[in-house]
Ligand binder design. Structure first.
Ligand SMILES: Nc1ncnc2c1ncn2[C@@H]1O[C@H](COP(=O)(O)OP(=O)(O)OP(=O)(O)O)[C@@H](O)[C@H]1O
Ligand SMILES: [Mg+2]
Ligand SMILES: [Zn+2]
Length: 460
């Protein structure tokens, strides 16, 4: 039974896999179907829980609420600001997730140093690395560290009281899995600890007005500390992504209470830390081998930002069993759709071919506007004919082999022009671009068949 004792705690049972709470023990979790996952846990009783401890404030008429404008602090790191929707918001709690070793500590140490220089004290709480390790990293990153205070402490209550004495302008907790609240009787990193610590920090951030970053490790199924437990509590969720083989890192915002969620920031991991990539299109195309068979350039949109990416395809006779389709960086179902349209409407024989599609540089494209690029790359490989190297292509492919309009065509075409492309295949529907770009020729096409005829360099 859940009973509160005098110390202000109560016992409940918490699924260690998904965080579901029950008043009594269950053999199997009704939410995630995990067996034997419930553990008896002491949590702060509701009465003293931070969620309810805020000072009582009377209802206020919306028209009377005053906005303290311009208090968003923009960092001298444009890619980071972009992702945050303009800069740091006072009192916001931001979660930064990412695979092990992707560069979370590096990024936040760099951000800490920038804030320390521009705004005064920053406290970096490290529960995972020693001060010595952080110093070594700071030296490599060229950070002197004035105004940057390190705290190697895992007890969150002690950390917060130390932090309060410094009255910092930013706090970083690296990581949320390493800190704990002593009044709870579970181990650091358990679902209960992670959640209660996050709520404690949320409360602290809101009361003090200090922005707080927490680092969260991603579990093997891709969620931070148990599926979606933390995402709901915090104000913003950032993911640092990248392929192990590539030095590019994408900072992506998946939740933001203060801005748009589809902005990305592009960085490159170097010896001196994460360096902003000012011209991502150039970077993503830098290793492109013009006139390569099976390669197309597509202007995709990431948030409001146009990016040129190279889509590569390789077709190869199936040697055993069913033909395989592999999609790296493009949506698998879009690849299947495009393959089916190429087979049925264009007459390309792909039934006995393995198809691999890859996006160079480790970027992931979600939008159907890349369909035409996939189709051209696959056709190019299957026919062993290169795509026109000065051509970019964009368009959604429909099931009858028609090309469908894409959003914000002008931005895409202008980006292609800026990167020196001479021609751009676009869907005929909605093919007007204003002002009409000077250095690039628009080629409006209404069908995939027509686009392939124009886009592939004729043999001989
Ligand atoms: N000397 C170096 N030169 C270039 N890159 C380096 C160097 N040392 C470390 N790195 C990069 O930094 C990465 C580790 O960064 P960091 O420790 O910030 O990651 P993290 O996400 O905090 O990892 P963890 O999950 O272990 O906390 C390495 O994977 C590597 O890519
Ligand atoms: Mg780290
Ligand atoms: Zn569960």
């Amino acid at each position: 039974m859940a009973k509160s004792d005098k110390s202000g705690t109560r016992a409940i049972f918490v699924c260690q896999h998904c965080g579901r709470e029950e008043l009594k023990w269950l053999g199997r979790c009704p939410t995630c179907q995990e067996w034997n996952s419930f553990v008896e846990t002491t949590v702060a009783a509701q009465a003293s829980s931070p969620r309810h401890a805020s000072p009582v404030s009377p209802p206020q008429e919306l028209s009377q609420v005053v906005i303290e404008a311009a208090d968003r602090f923009s960092l001298p790191l444009a890619e980071f600001n972009r992702v945050l929707g303009g800069g740091l918001v006072p009192g916001s709690l931001m979660l930064t997730g990412g695979d092990p070793g992707i560069g979370k500590s590096t990024l936040l140490l760099q951000v800490s140093a920038l804030v320390a220089r521009a705004r005064g004290r920053v406290v970096y709480v490290s529960g995972e690395e020693t001060l010595h390790q952080i110093k070594l990293r700071a030296e490599r990153l060229g950070i002197k560290g004035d105004n940057l205070y390190l705290l190697a402490e895992t007890d969150l209550e002690i950390s917060l009281s130390q932090i309060e004495e410094l009255s910092p302008s930013l706090v970083v907790i690296d990581s949320i899995q390493a800190v704990y609240l002593p009044e709870l009787d579970t181990a650091p990193g358990s679902i209960t600890q992670v959640r209660e610590c996050t709520m404690r920090l949320m409360h602290w951030a809101k009361l003090s007005g200090v922005p707080v970053f927490i680092v969260g490790h991603v579990t093997k199924d891709g969620a931070i500390a148990g599926p979606r437990t933390l995402e709901h509590i915090v104000d913003a969720v950032l993911y640092l992504e990248g392929e192990p083989f590539s030095a590019y890192r994408l900072l992506r915002c998946v939740k933001n209470r203060f801005g748009s969620t589809n902005e990305i920031g592009v960085f490159e991991m170097k010896e001196q830390g994460l360096v902003e990539v000012e011209n991502p299109s150039k970077a993503f195309l830098s290793q492109r081998f013009a006139e390569a068979v099976g390669s197309t350039v597509v202007p995709v949109l990431e948030g409001s930002r146009p990016l040129l990416v190279e889509i590569q395809a390789l077709t190869n006779p199936t040697s055993f069993g069913l033909p395989r389709r592999t999609a790296n960086g493009v949506d698998f179902n879009r690849l299947l759709l495009v393959t089916a349209v190429l087979t049925r409407r264009i007459g390309l024989k792909l039934g006995n071919q393995d198809i691999m599609v890859n996006v160079a540089g480790g970027l992931k494209i979600g939008e159907p506007a890349a369909d035409l690029g996939i189709a051209l790359a696959v056709t190019s490989s299957a026919r062993d004919v290169a795509v026109d190297p000065e051509l970019a292509a964009v368009g959604e492919v429909g099931l009858s082999g028609e090309l469908r309009a894409v959003s914000q065509l002008d931005r895409r075409v202008n980006e292609a022009a800026r990167m020196g492309f001479k021609r751009c295949l676009v869907p005929k529907v909605g093919a007007s671009v204003t002002p009409s770009p000077k250095d690039i020729q628009l080629i409006p096409t209404s069908t995939l068949r027509e686009a392939i005829r124009v886009g592939l360099v004729s043999k001989g």
